[in-house]
Design a protein around this ligand. Structure first.
Ligand code: ADP
Length: 411
């Protein structure tokens, strides 16, 4: 402290008043003065640092760079704070290192250059720094985690939305179906009441009249009315059978039974029955190529299909027209065609013909339920066959039904 001898008291007073460590070095980088705080920071006894080279306070790894810094600094001769924002360490007497920052202040005294270094202990600050860094790291991880969770939730939400959209579409669809079903039910009820009304009033009239013909010679009249009674009852029975058939088809209860049967027998029966319903001058032409032919199919369904097609041809053709029933034998199929020269089907109605209860606009004054073709189509398709038609309004129609057959054999 010799250099400060003259003002030694003032120096001690001032240097001990500040809270930073104070180290003064001369141009040879020897320590010439310290305060108590510096000694405590570097863990030296009182006055022990005086005369020691500054390098004792600097860890070995930093010494070289430090010396360059100092010589640089002495040339510049400006106040400077070292290690701002960087980690600088001091070396304690016991070899421990501690983080510090240093403010360098050059000054001249009696023509000699000195540097007064103010040493700030950064231990606590650095600890806080690293705590903050750790907190930041933790925060970043938390943010990452949360972002991940959020992404997951968003994905889940999207999935849920898609699921709901699907469910909504399903509900809409089933609502639409229910609406259609309700419409069908209404249509069905009005149809049933309408279809049943006519035969029932026919039955009532004929039954009343039969009762009135009590004389023996009135037998032909009685028979006429009994015939009407029978055919009307048969008609009601047919309609009911159609409805039952729908029910069985829909519940998948229909059982098919394939056998080898004679085609001519079935066709004879179909035409025989249809002949009873012919209008005046109508004629059904029997196919020429079915004698002695047998096919392996469900006889009941072939009969049902042909009956429907031939009945329709008769029903929807005027008097004095002919109806052809043709059979085409192919290798694995047999095609039945029913050709009429009747009222035909308006083009706009053609795509609906096989829909249940559908009736074209040109037949609304003719009796019918719109069920027959729908049932036939279901049966034929269940058996692997097809049904289709060609028709021209007011000219006539050709309905074809194809059945797969193992082979057409001669009886
Ligand atoms: P229905 O004859 O009891 O009305 P179908 O299911 O047998 O019911 O026929 C459905 C509809 O197809 C008929 O209402 C009619 O409009 C049309 N149709 C069927 N066959 C013929 C045909 N040969 N000529 C004209 N229209 C036909």
């Amino acid at each position: 402290m010799r250099v400060f001898e003259e003002d030694s008291n003032i120096f001690v007073l001032l240097s001990e008043a500040i809270s930073e460590g104070l180290v003064v070095v001369n141009s040879e980088q020897k320590i010439v003065a310290t305060n108590r705080r510096a000694e405590l920071l570097f863990r030296y006894e009182h006055g022990e640092l005086i005369g020691k080279p500054l390098s004792v306070l600097i860890p070995h790894t930093y010494r070289d760079t430090h010396e360059q810094h100092v010589s640089h600094f002495q040339k510049d001769r400006q106040q400077k704070r070292m290690a701002v924002g960087r980690s600088l360490f001091g070396l304690r007497k016991n070899g421990e290192q501690f983080p510090l920052e240093v403010g360098l202040n050059p000054f001249k005294l009696y023509d000699k250059s000195y540097v007064l270094a103010l040493v700030y202990d950064m231990t606590e600050l650095r600890a806080k720094d690293s705590e903050i860094r750790e907190l930041n790291l933790h925060l970043e991880e938390k943010i990452k985690e949360r972002t991940q969770e959020l992404r997951h939730t968003v994905a889940q939400l999207k999935r849920e939305m898609r699921r709901r959209e699907k469910a909504e579409a399903l509900i809409k669809n089933s609502l639409q179906k229910e609406k259609e079903l309700n419409e069908l039910k209404t249509k069905f009820l009005s149809l049933v009441s309408h279809e049943f009304k006519t035969p029932l009033s026919g039955i009532l009239t004929s039954a009343t009249l039969v009762g009135k013909y009590s004389l023996e010679e009135q037998q032909p009249k009685r028979e006429k009315h009994l015939n009407t009674l029978m055919s009307e009852v048969r008609r009601l029975n047919d309609i009911l059978n159609d409805f039952l058939s729908i029910e069985r088809l829909e519940q998948g209860k229909e059982i098919y039974r394939k056998t080898n049967f004679s085609l001519s027998k079935v066709i004879n029966e179909v035409i025989y029955n249809a002949n009873m319903t012919l209008k005046s001058g109508q004629k059904i032409n029997y196919p020429q190529n079915v004698e002695d032919m047998a096919i392996f199919q469900d006889e009941k369904i072939v009969f049902l299909a042909l009956t429907n097609l031939v009945y329709n041809a008769v029903k929807y053709s005027p008097e004095d027209t002919e109806i052809d029933l043709k059979v085409v034998f192919l290798e694995e199929r047999v095609i039945f065609r029913v050709i009429d020269r009747g009222i035909g089907i308006p083009l706009k109605d053609q795509k609906h013909i096989f829909e249940r209860y559908f009736r074209a606009e040109n037949v609304l004054l003719t009796q019918g339920t719109g069920i027959g073709l729908n049932i036939v189509k279901s049966h034929v398709e269940n058996l692997g066959g097809t049904i289709y038609f060609e028709s021209e309004h007011k000219k006539g129609s050709t309905f074809s039904v194809e059945f797969p057959v193992s082979e057409a054999v001669e009886n």
